[in-house]
Design a protein around this ligand. Structure first.
Ligand code: DI6
Ligand code: FE
Length: 427
C-alpha cells in the first residue's frame, strides 16, 4: 500500500527551517503532500522504497529547488488610476512630501478610488495580483487606505476578500483608514480619528472584512498619539495591529508599534537603536520595503545591522502601490533588499517566506517546509537558492502549488480570472 498521496522527488529543498544548513537546505530531498498539507519532508534517501512504491502519485522536479510559496506581507494593490504624473514631477525636483502637502500623493489616488465601481477595482487589482502569483506568491496582504471614508474603505476590503476567495492565493486584509487625512476633515483631525474608531473599525470587525489595522505614523500621516487612539479601538475589537513606522522621519513609530505588541512595524528607514530594541523585546517583525526606498530615491537605509544584531525578525514586502512603490515583482524586491539594504540572499528569501508569514501571524501554518504546514510551494528552475535574489527581471518559476494544487505560472494567473465564488460576491 503506498504510504503517501503525492510525492515530489528529484528536487532540492530550501525548507527555510532555521538552525541547520543555510536556507534549511536538503539536497536531493523529497516532500509528501496529503490534501492541502505537507505530510513528510526529508532526504530522498530516507524513503523506504522507490518513489512509485511509496506514493500514489509521483511528481519529478527536474533537479530544481522547492521553496515555501512566497508571502508578500505588505501591499496596497487595490486602487484606481496611477501616479505617473507625480513620478515625472519628482524627477523634475519635487519631493514626495511636497507633493503630498500640496494635496497630491495619496489623496489623488483617493479621488480615483472613491469614483471607481467595485467591479473596476476588482478587475484592476486582479491584474496586479496575477503578476505576483505568476512569480510564486501564494499569500498576500492587501491594505485599504485609498478610501478614507467608510464606504470606500469597506469597498476596498471587500475587493481584497473577493480576491482571497480565488483559488491560487490567500489574502489577508488590513484596514489602513489612518493613511492620510481626507480633505473633508482638513483642520479637524480628531473627527476623522473618531470616525475610524467609532465606525470603520467596528464595521470592518463586524463584517469580518479585516484581519488587522494599520496606520501611517508620519509627519504627512498621523502622530504617534493619533495612531495610538486608532490602535486602542482595534484592540477593543480584537484586531491585530501593524504600523507604517519611521519611513520618512523618526516619529517614534517603532516604539509605538512595540508598545501595542504590533505584528509588524514596516519601513523603519529612520528608526533609532532604541526603537530597534523595543521591537526586539516585543517580538514585533520588522517589514522592510526596498521598493519604496528605491523609488523615492531615499538615502537613509533601514538599520539592517541593528535589527540583525538585536534579533528582530526581518520580513520583506513589495509595498505594491501607485505612489511610492509601483513594484509588480516580489523577486525584484529581493534583489533590492540585497543590493540596496545589505541583506543576504538567505535573509531576503526568509523575508518573503518564514518571516513574511510571521508578520501576518501565520507562522504555524506556512512559511517553511515542514510536515503539517500548508502545501503552498514554489518550484524554481535554479541551481541554488541565492539565484532568486540575483536575477533582475525574468522568472525562474516552474510550478506553484497552492493548497497542494500545482499550476504553471500562466495557469496560476488564469485561475485568478475564474468567476468569484458566490459567497464572496454577496456584496
Ligand atoms: N507609505 C508608503 O510607502 C505607501 N503608504 C505609506 O504610508 C505609499 C502610498 C502612496 O503614496 O500611495
Ligand atoms: Fe505601505
Amino acid at each position: 500500500m503506498p504510504r503517501f498521496e503525492t510525492l515530489i522527488v528529484d528536487v532540492h529543498l530550501a525548507t527555510m527551517v532555521p538552525g541547520g544548513e543555510p536556507y534549511g537546505a536538503i539536497r536531493d530531498g523529497a516532500i509528501a503532500l496529503s490534501g492541502e498539507r505537507l505530510e513528510w519532508v526529508g532526504s530522498a534517501s530516507r524513503l523506504d522504497g522507490d518513489p512509485e512504491d511509496v506514493a500514489k502519485r509521483v511528481l519529478r522536479g527536474g533537479g530544481g529547488w522547492l521553496t515555501p510559496g512566497l508571502v508578500d506581507c505588505h501591499t496596497h494593490l487595490v486602487f484606481a488610476g496611477d501616479r505617473v504624473d507625480e513620478f515625472e514631477r519628482r524627477l523634475h525636483g519635487a519631493s514626495y512630501e511636497e507633493i503630498a502637502r500640496a494635496g497630491g500623493g495619496i489623496r489623488s489616488t483617493v479621488i480615483r478610488t472613491r469614483e471607481a465601481p467595485e467591479e473596476t477595482l476588482l478587475r484592476l487589482a486582479r491584474a496586479r495580483l496575477a503578476r505576483l502569483v505568476a512569480e510564486g506568491v501564494t499569500t498576500v496582504e492587501i491594505k485599504s487606505g485609498y478610501g478614507l471614508e467608510t464606504a470606500t474603505e469597506m469597498k476596498m476590503l471587500r475587493v481584497a476578500r473577493a480576491l482571497g476567495a480565488l483559488p491560487p492565493v490567500d489574502v489577508q486584509s488590513t484596514l489602513l483608514a489612518a493613511h492620510a487625512l481626507p480633505p473633508e476633515h482638513e483642520g479637524n483631525r480628531d473627527t476623522y480619528i473618531e470616525l475610524i474608531r467609532a465606525e470603520m473599525i467596528p464595521r470592518a470587525a463586524q463584517q469580518s472584512l479585516a484581519d488587522a489595522v494599520d496606520a501611517f505614523c508620519e509627519r504627512i500621516g498621523f502622530s504617534a498619539e493619533e495612531c495610538a487612539r486608532v490602535f486602542e479601538a482595534a484592540r477593543a475589537h480584537g484586531l491585530a495591529v501593524r504600523l507604517h513606522a519611521d519611513q520618512l522621519s523618526d516619529g517614534g513609530g517603532a516604539r509605538l508599534a512595540a508598545r501595542f505588541g504590533a505584528r509588524s512595524a514596516d519601513h523603519l528607514e529612520h528608526t533609532s537603536e532604541d526603537g530597534v530594541r523595543a521591537l526586539a523585546e516585543a517580538g514585533t517583525v520588522a517589514v522592510l520595503l526596498p521598493g519604496a526606498f528605491y523609488f523615492l530615491r531615499e538615502t537613509k537605509a533601514p538599520p539592517v545591522a541593528l535589527l540583525r544584531g538585536h534579533g528582530v525578525p526581518i520580513a520583506l514586502g513589495s509595498d505594491l502601490n501607485p505612489g511610492s512603490s509601483p513594484v509588480l515583482s516580489l523577486l525584484v524586491a529581493l534583489n533590492m533588499a540585497c543590493v540596496l539594504l545589505g541583506m543576504t540572499p538567505e535573509e531576503a528569501l526568509a523575508g518573503v517566506t518564514r518571516e513574511g508569514a510571521r508578520a501576518l501571524g501565520l507562522s504555524g501554518d506556512r512559511g517553511t517546509l515542514e510536515a503539517g504546514k500548508r502545501a503552498d510551494l514554489a518550484l524554481w528552475n535554479i541551481g541554488q537558492p541565492a539565484e532568486l535574489a540575483y536575477w533582475i527581471g525574468g522568472n525562474p518559476l516552474r510550478l506553484v502549488f497552492k493548497d497542494g494544487v500545482p499550476r504553471t505560472p500562466p495557469e496560476a494567473a488564469r485561475a485568478l480570472e475564474r468567476p468569484i465564488p458566490d459567497e464572496a460576491t454577496a456584496w
